[in-house]
Design a binder for this molecule. Sequence first.
Ligand SMILES: [Zn+2]
Length: 177
Amino acid sequence: MSTPPRYDSVEFRSGIGFDSHPLTQGRKLVLGGVEIPHDRGLSGHSDGDVLVHAVMDALLGAANLGDKGLHFPSSDPQYKDISSLILLERVGALLAEAGWRLSNVDATILAQNPRLSPFNVAMRENVAKSLSVAPDRISVKVTTTDYLGFVGREEGIAVCAVASLVSGVSGTSSTRP
Ligand SMILES: [Zn+2]
């Protein structure tokens, strides 16, 4: 008697992340680890990389591992001005430990200014590198809000992101969480 295929041996999960930071004078604008020329930057305890923060929360949410504040509390001085890509790398390690691999990330940056599309490829490559995946698994889109709200008034930048995870790899279903 043959054994039926185990369709339940692979599991898919998705998670959502959202973040926004204020634009302030005297800060560098860093998005996806790319320093973008602008007269203001995003404030925050770390480098204020709102794109990476939203991606981290989407990944942690998909794996049901809490949120980035749980793993990297802003009250902890070791995270002051740290590159958020380093934290993203740690999130990637947490996912791997829990038996997940990344299927894809899709993120939308909401910013009225500056124009971000010229930096799209570099942002995708940085995020992919930190997560040890090919850049084609990382999508970064940019949009304005047509001058509506805090984004439209250029008071801040926001990002929403979704991430999809797949359990383990073929033949290692025992590592499935
Ligand atoms: Zn943030």
